[in-house]
Design a protein around this ligand. Structure first.
Ligand code: NDP
Length: 478
């Protein structure tokens, strides 16, 4: 069955000071990666557009920062409700621009931002906005104008993970969504207007990172940059923001390990690990792309993996039965394909998949989901973030070596351990990574999310941790 939701796409425009503003430097086409066809466009923003948006945000800051918390909470809840009403449209739009399977888009791409906004609203109500510390009154205050720069893999959720805590903190925002998947930022802006958010509090400027992103990170009137994206670009962002001593929050890449211990429930561990590696077509920063298995059990694990992989039907992302759609773009398809070729050249065992398109899919950014075994933990495919459905199975001799291999990465974002609970927890404690799921522990919106090492710069998103990042702290001695 094919999804029938048709999206209505407005004329290309930024959103500045509460209204759509057309650009004057040409447009950037939005491509459906399943067909390669352009189906929408956004303006190619400039530094002047950023300047206008920052000006609007600065003007709105005093009023918004002075609102009661209850009012900010109510507005964010109304935004969530409005997005909930438009969830079918959001899911269809993201499937069209990103290629995520429609069934997944409904839950993860459209549902998660709504859940996130509601969770943040609850957290803000319980947050310790003021505390006594001895003779000091410690108060948390809005920070100012926040520039948010986001990637393409969860277009609305990445934006919401910055906008909801920012608004609740009393900040005003200038958002640059990825120009590859920019369309739901407009839906968010409209939802915010319908929800009664004052003009200028939330501004969207479209365009490429080198122009719009760079103008935000260097703007003297932006107080904080909240960035999610690759480690390479994150380094530029930090360097550019240093000149004006902005607060910088960096959520960067990952190469996470799922460690299967000797006493794990193998079928469960394998199914969950594969689901993590291939979720959102393998384009997830927290994906468990390295599967560490006891060497003596590798062939058993591979049999289970190949059986589980049969359920991942590759095809048209608007089809309800599809589990893997195209990658986000032809450029990404070529990049992932090059990694698969590199894995073969470097001597890993190709268990399934491989370079080239899946049979019957001659156009579109489709790639064959791929599993490698006997992967050298130091090899390129075990070290680089591939961002596609490519799983590397790495055998280990003993638990000590498993921990060593899991930590053998410049990244430290996420991970998993499967095995007897106490033993798995002990291994989880030894992983140098910001989150670890033990035996399939559930995703928790209230838990801090962020990375060790080059996966981040120490800050954490989600829960009260995001609010803290968006606030200044003042001590008043009494
Ligand atoms: P990029 O780092 O390429 O881009 C992220 C954003 O930064 C885009 O909006 C991009 O614009 C912009 N940008 C590019 N250059 C600059 C610049 N010089 N100054 C300011 N902004 C700039 O990441 P992708 O969009 O390719 O997303 C994939 C990456 O994101 C992966 O590495 C993934 O791990 C990471 N990611 C991290 C997450 C986390 O929470 N830790 C979550 C999800 C993804 P443009 O598109 O024009 O380049």
């Amino acid at each position: 069955m094919t999804s029938t939701v048709i999206t209505q796409i407005p004329a290309p425009a930024h959103w500045i000071d509460g209204r759509p503003v057309p650009g004057d430097s040409g447009d950037i086409e939005v491509i459906d990666p399943a067909t390669g066809r352009s189906f929408a466009a956004v303006p190619a923003g400039t530094a002047a557009d950023v300047d206008a948006a920052v000006g609007a945000a600065r003007k709105a800051f005093r009023g918004w920062a002075a609102t009661d918390l209850a009012e900010r909470v109510a507005v964010v809840r109304r935004i969530a409700d409005e997005l909930d009403h438009r969830s079918q449209e959001i899911a269809a739009t993201i499937t069209a621009e990103l290629g995520s399977p429609i069934a997944e888009s409904r839950i993860a791409q459209a549902g998660m931002p709504v859940a996130l906004a509601r969770a943040f609203a609850d957290i803000a109500e319980d947050f310790p906005w003021e505390q006594r510390v001895g003779n000091s009154l410690v108060v948390r205050e809005p920070l100012g104008v926040v520039g948010a720069i986001t990637p393409w893999n969860f277009p609305l959720n990445q934006v919401m993970s910055k906008v909801a805590p920012g608004l609740l903190a009393g900040n005003t925002m200038v958002v640059k969504p990825s120009e590859i998947t920019p369309l739901t930022a407009r839906i968010l802006a409209e939802a915010a207007a319908t929800a009664g958010l004052p003009d200028g509090v939330l501004n969207i400027v479209h365009g490429v990172g080198a122009a719009v992103g760079a103008a935000i990170t260097s703007h003297p009137d932006v107080d904080m940059v909240a960035f999610t994206g690759s480690t390479a670009v994150g380094k530029h962002v930090a360097a550019s923001a240093a000149d004006t001593v902005k607060r910088v929050s960096l959520e960067l890449g990952g190469k996470s390990a799922s460690v299967i211990l000797e006493d794990a429930d193998l079928p469960t561990a394998v199914a969950q690990s594969l689901a993590s590696a291939w979720f959102n077509n393998g384009q997830v920063c927290a994906a468990w792309t390295r599967l560490l298995v006891p060497a003596a059990r590798q062939s058993e694990v591979l049999d289970l993996l190949v059986t589980a992989a049969q359920h991942y039907h590759v095809g048209d992302p608007t089809d309800e039965a599809t589990r893997l759609g195209p990658l986000v773009s032809e450029a990404q398809r070529r990049r992932v394909e090059a990694y698969v070729e590199r894995g073969i050249a470097d001597g890993a065992t190709l268990v399934m998949g491989g370079p080239h398109r899946p049979e019957g899919l001659k156009t579109g950014a489709y790639i064959r989901p791929t599993i490698f075994a006997d992967v050298d933990p130091d090899s390129v495919i075990a070290q680089d973030e591939i961002f596609g459905p490519v799983l590397s199975v790495i055998p280990y001799a003993d638990e000590e070596q498993a921990v060593e291999i899991a930590n053998n990465s410049v990244y430290g974002l996420h991970g998993a351990v499967f095995g007897r609970q106490d033993r798995a927890l002990a291994v989880a404690r030894r992983l140098r990574t910001g989150q670890v799921d033990v035996n399939g522990g559930q995703y928790n919106l209230l838990a801090p999310f962020g990375g060790y090492k080059q996966s981040g710069n120490g800050g954490r998103e989600f829960g009260r941790f995001s609010l803290e990042e968006n606030l200044e702290t003042k001590a008043i001695q009494l």
